[in-house]
Design a protein around this ligand. Structure first.
Ligand code: ZN
Length: 379
């Protein structure tokens, strides 16, 4: 039986999502039908809506979902009806990298996460008139009351209630990305300096993880003063307001001219990546997370790399989500990863406000919450 639901649809040329009634096919092999409790809004969703990333539209976006399994497709293993799940990125589960615990390096990572379709090009989402709408964005398309989701995107969790489940949603992308970049990839330690460019959800998650790692100094750069205050509360030892101070000069001053050991670049601004290459120390690493418009280019002096400097692309924190997400949940419950300080709840009918607040920087991590009453009314 197909499922009638409502979802936030991104249509080409629109500057906001529109809630539309849609129909979901039954989950196929390797898929599950999920009733969403909450979904975090991420800047990647807004970049796709703006047409800056090559996801075909119209599509249902959303890739930080948390919800309850309602049904599973034929032969689907790993979850069953009633399971509470956090949703994360998708991967094939069978290529060499997937089989060796490196699903963020899956050989089909890009199409499975940005393609908004199954590997065969089909989508389980359509309008009542039969117009196909992209689904399975990051394996989930979770800005919706219900979604057909790839089982590879699902991480089962034990929670006390729906509110706790809702609050875990941002772990699936933003928190995992920032924390994983530090804990899985850079692994800084005493004596190191780590700088984070951009104090959004990803950057602040990197700050919290840096503090856990025991790194000596954590420097955060942003042009919004209130975000820098949050960064200080979460463990930044120095902040640089780039609306006032020169970032390159400030980093050189703070490090006595030696450069920063690690830079986590989350802004996607090409000039900041170029600056990062000059601001790291010998043998330092720039982790590139920020995603500017497709085709964006940066330029740097190749000889800057002679001293062993590294520029490293990283997605989803290089995480093996099935082990890393439960570890992050444990840290959150211990109070050692207090990302709830920058999460703000919005009822689904206030999605437009959430989009505006994310764009302006007023809210760092909007969390769209679906309640049961709305769910019934939305059918
Ligand atoms: Zn794979």
């Amino acid at each position: 039986m197909p499922t009638s639901t409502t979802a936030a649809v991104a249509r080409a040329g629109a500057d906001d999502f529109t809630w539309e009634p849609l129909v979901l096919d039954d989950p196929g092999p390797g898929e599950a039908l999920i009733r969403l409790i909450a979904t975090g809004l991420c800047h990647t969703d807004l970049s796709v809506l703006a047409g800056n990333l090559p996801t075909p539209l119209p599509a249902v976006l959303g890739h930080e979902g948390a919800g309850i399994v309602e049904a599973v497709g034929p032969g689907t293993t790993g979850v069953r009806a009633g399971d509470r799940v956090v949703m994360s990125f998708n991967s094939c589960g069978s290529c060499t990298r997937c089989r060796t615990g490196q699903p963020t390096r899956c050989s089909t990572f890009f199409p499975r996460n940005f393609g908004a379709a199954r590997p065969d090009g089909s989508t389980p989402v359509h309008t009542a008139d039969g117009e196909p709408v992209g689904g399975l964005f990051f394996g989930q398309s979770s800005l919706a009351r219900h979604a057909v989701v790839s089982v590879h995107s699902l991480v089962p969790v034990e929670v006390a209630d729906d509110r706790e489940l809702a609050l875990l949603a941002p772990i699936g992308c933003g928190v995992q990305t920032g924390a994983g970049t530090v804990l899985n990839l850079l692994k800084p330690g005493p004596g190191d300096t780590l700088a984070v460019f951009g104090a959004g959800a990803v950057g602040l998650s990197a700050v919290m993880a840096a503090q856990l790692s025991g790194v000596s100094e954590v420097v955060v750069a942003d042009r919004v003063a209130s975000r820098l205050t949050t960064a200080s509360e979460l463990g930044a030892t120095h902040t640089i307001n780039t609306a006032i101070d020169d970032l390159g000069e400030s980093l050189a001053y703070l490090t006595g001219g030696h450069g920063v050991t690690y830079i986590v670049e989350t802004t996607g601004v090409p000039a900041l990546l170029e600056l990062a290459v000059t601001a790291i120390s010998t043998a330092g690493t720039v982790a590139v997370i920020g995603a500017p418009a497709a085709g964006s280019r940066a330029s740097f002096d190749i000889n800057a790399l002679i001293d062993g400097r590294t520029i490293r692309g990283v997605t989803e924190g290089g995480s093996d989500r099935i082990t890393f997400i439960p570890a992050l949940i444990d840290l959150f419950r211990q109070g050692r990863l207090p990302y709830d300080q920058f999460v703000e709840f919005y009822p689904a009918d206030q999605l437009t406000q959430a989009v505006q607040d994310a764009r302006s920087g007023r809210t760092i991590k909007p969390l769209i919450v679906f309640d049961d009453h709305d769910s019934e009314a939305g059918r």
